[in-house]
Design a protein around this ligand. Structure first.
Ligand code: ADP
Ligand code: MG
Length: 459
């Protein structure tokens, strides 16, 4: 068993192993939290800090501990709650607004056993940056958060990872509770729903379970695609859902895809999900990403006064990191942590250096082959037909879609794309691309298809 004392001695050892500077920068800030079964835990100020120490000094730390008589197989780092490196965008600091356990019917006996998931105080409407890709979802969420009479039920939010679904769900819940603290809002993930359900079955408390879920004013279930293929959970979910809809209680769901595209859920559940309002969070565009970065930078400026950021850095990041907002935020956090540690201005070079792994991963370009394969699969036509000469609509349209995606998702030139589509002329490709661009504006089915395809290709 390792004690504080062992760590103190290991620190002496580490000063000589690593040198005074390294020690002061990287080891002294570690807070020893304890050890259980070969794993020593340390508190660190940021995720980046932990990664860095683990990568550069992990072996030495273990060796030093070993030399002092502790057997440590692994070292883990965690961020104490109040020091988390994500900006608390709410007015009050996070430490004053701890994750509040969700108040499903405070005071009712079932609560203690079945609370909802905690809400993140940072996920509010104020901290949500609105842009074209998410304006509809945001407006629908705002409407539900007003808590007025239920007009659409359920609200179904869907979109790819890291696009803000959970953020919006938490914002709705917090706004509802702020407006009316007596409101019984239950937020949880579909996975938690399932575990609570199984637990209730096991503990023979299924009646309490049913009662609790049927007694809420607002039920919010995150990531409902999780229940696909889980039959008994779906069954219970369906009954809960119906009971609440019958009582005219608001329901909000989120998923990573539209209800129609979730395989392995019962038809009746799917069709009830489609009864309400379905809104889509589109992949971010450059303006939205830049807006989000600017918001975060304002926060970091207040945290690291004196830190300079060169012009063009945010634009560079917004341009290069297109995967999702979580990655974008992570990049900025790392950049600021690094710059503040080394005391340098954040320049393009520093960003390129410090974020090379993220930038490389974001560079993954889709190939024309992949696009053709996906499109053919999606429209259920043969790859040979997609590339071949047939001109009937059911084949020609998907072909144009594949051309459009090739133009927008790869760096290939029109003549190159033409060659890959059975040796077509570049003007044919241009025509196809334009055609799809025009149609997208008016044909929402086509726009949806394109989104889905893009998302699958980017995944
Ligand atoms: P999802 O649930 O869709 O996977 P999250 O809601 O967890 O995504 O969002 C991932 C991260 O990105 C969160 O930290 C969230 O605050 C942030 N984020 C996403 N969209 C926005 C936005 N429009 N404005 C501000 N932050 C955002
Ligand atoms: Mg989520």
């Amino acid at each position: 068993m390792m004690t504080d004392d062992v760590w103190t001695r290991a620190c002496d050892d580490l000063v000589s192993r690593l040198g005074r500077n390294n020690y002061l920068t990287w080891i002294e800030p570690l807070r020893f939290l304890g050890q259980t079964s070969g794993i020593a835990r340390f508190g660190v100020p940021t995720t980046f800090f932990g990664d860095w120490v683990s990568r550069h000094f992990g072996d030495q730390i273990r060796a030093a501990l070993g030399a002092c008589g502790a057997t440590v197989e692994r070292i883990e780092f965690c961020i104490p709650r109040q020091a988390q490196d994500r900006p608390p965008e709410t007015e009050a600091p996070v430490s004053e607004q701890p994750r509040r356990p969700l108040l499903a019917g405070r005071g009712s006996p079932a609560d203690a056993e079945l609370p909802g998931a905690p809400l993140d105080a940072r996920f509010t409407f104020e901290s949500f940056v609105v842009g074209k890709p998410n304006e509809l979802a945001h407006a629908a969420a705002r409407r539900v958060a007003e808590g007025a009479a239920v007009t659409f039920n359920p609200l179904f939010l869907y979109g790819g990872v890291g696009l803000g679904k959970t953020h919006l769900m938490h914002a709705i819940a917090q706004e509802l509770i702020a407006r009316n603290p007596a409101k019984r809002v239950l937020y949880l993930s579909a996975e938690q729903f399932m575990y609570r359900f199984i637990q209730a079955l096991r503990d023979k408390q299924i009646m309490d379970f049913k009662e609790l879920f049927r007694s809420v004013d607002v039920l919010m279930v995150d990531d409902v695609q999780f229940i696909a293929g889980k039959d008994s959970t779906q069954e219970e979910f369906f009954h809960t859902f119906n009971a609440l809809v019958d009582q005219n209680k608001q329901i909000v769901f989120s998923a990573d895809r539209a209800p129609g595209e979730i395989k392995g859920i019962q038809e009746r559940i799917r069709s009830r999900m489609q009864c309400g309002l379905i809104v889509d969070l589109h992949p971010t565009d450059y303006e939205l990403r830049l807006g989000i970065l600017q918001q975060k930078v304002d926060y970091y400026r207040s945290q690291y006064p004196g830190l300079k950021i060169a012009p063009g850095v945010l634009e560079f990041l917004a341009h290069r990191i297109t995967t999702n907002v979580r990655v974008l935020e992570g990049a900025l956090t790392r950049l600021f942590a690094f710059a503040s540690l080394v005391g340098r201005e954040i320049t393009l070079e520093l960003a390129q250096d410090c974020l090379s792994d993220i930038l490389r991963a974001s560079d993954r370009k889709v190939s024309i082959d992949e696009i053709q394969r996906r499109v053919a699969e999606h429209y259920n036509i043969r790859l040979a037909d997609l590339i071949g000469p047939k001109r009937i609509r059911t084949i020609a349209r998907p072909r144009q879609i594949a051309m459009y995606l090739s133009k927008h998702m790869t760096l290939r030139s029109l003549p190159e794309i033409g060659r890959r589509f059975g040796g077509r002329d570049h003007t044919t490709i241009m025509h196809g691309v334009r055609k799809i661009e025009e149609m997208m504006a008016t044909d929402s089915q086509l726009a949806d298809d394109l989104q889905l395809l893009r998302r699958m290709l980017e995944a």
